[in-house]
Design a protein around this ligand. Structure first.
Ligand SMILES: C[S@@+](CC[C@H](N)C(=O)[O-])C[C@H]1O[C@@H](n2cnc3c(N)ncnc32)[C@H](O)[C@@H]1O
Ligand SMILES: O=C(O)C(=O)C[C@]1(C(=O)O)C=C[C@@H](O)C=C1
Length: 246
């Protein structure tokens, strides 16, 4: 269904949240709002094929409707892996389970409704945070990344996709404007763009690429770099060294 949630004037612009209305239009919303979204999903599949270890867990943290979960399920080369998708939005989880049940697979998938800050991460070889960390309280982000690092097997990977902030005002203005052009080209009106922007202000707090890299290093990751960027959106890989203590 087409995202028209912000098309009419809204009296009181509250905070954006992942409620039933958003769930209904989410695939269209994210595709038309995030430049490079499909490329990132394809690459999550490719990286799963390379990094999934036999008998390990694969996590999709903030799985929404399971787009990344499905890519992982399609590409995981070992049937004894367990895929775990977690989201704290009840309507997302309900719809996600329906979507996944529509396809048969020999790999087991479990979708849990929980806060990703509370769930145990263990025996993992692939962890995905696809546009989710940006919604976590900034002061809590390092703790979560440390738990991910500790839950990964040596040689395991975290794929972290985010909206980024840029320190240089000139560059920031350019990349934000290009993102707005992308939304306009995808049919969003100025009103839709500005109302959603206001509603996201207190909820989505973007960090710079530099801050993300520093934080991942602090969390313990030995190998870190940006592998994709389109305007102010992108994705980082963080790998636990093969020789790291398990
Ligand atoms: C932008 S969406 C993620 C998109 C999805 N990963 C994909 O690839 O299509 C962010 C998701 O994170 C979830 N989320 C935000 N904070 C969370 C938390 N603390 N625990 C679990 N899920 C959370 C939201 O409910 C939402 O579904
Ligand atoms: O629309 C925007 O400007 C966004 O920031 C896109 C964004 C995201 O990055 O998560 C925000 C909320 C929706 O979940 C879909 C996409």
């Amino acid at each position: 269904m087409k995202d028209q949630l912000f098309a009419a004037p809204i009296d009181q612009l509250g905070d954006f949240c992942f409620d039933e209305k958003v769930v209904e239009v989410f695939p269209d919303m994210i595709q038309r709002s995030v430049p490079g979204y499909s490329n990132i999903l394809s690459a999550i599949g490719m990286m799963t094929a390379r990094f999934a270890q036999p008998g390990s867990n694969l996590y999709d943290l903030g799985c929404s409707l399971g787009a990344a979960t499905q890519m992982m399920r399609r590409n995981v080369p070992h049937t004894d892996c367990q895929i775990i998708g977690i989201d704290n939005s009840a309507p997302m989880v309900e719809r996600c389970r329906q979507h996944l049940a529509a396809y048969k697979s020999s790999v087991s998938v479990e979708i849990r409704q929980d806060d990703i800050q509370n769930v145990a991460i263990e025996n993992a070889s692939v962890v995905v945070l696809n546009f989710t960390l940006q919604f976590i309280e900034p002061a809590e982000r390092l703790t979560l990344l440390k738990r991910i690092y500790n839950g990964l097997r040596p040689g395991g990977i975290l794929i972290l996709s985010e909206k980024f902030r840029f320190e240089d005002a000139e560059v920031s203005d350019l990349l934000v404007e290009l993102h707005l052009d992308f939304k306009r080209a995808n049919g969003y009106s100025e009103l839709e763009i500005s109302q959603k922007r206001t509603m996201l202000e207190n909820v989505l707090r973007a960090d710079s690429i530099e801050l993300h890299k520093q934080r991942l290093q602090q969390a313990g990751f030995e190998h870190i770099d940006l592998w994709f960027q389109c305007f102010n959106f992108g994705s980082i890989v963080a790998i636990k060294d093969k020789e790291a203590n398990a």
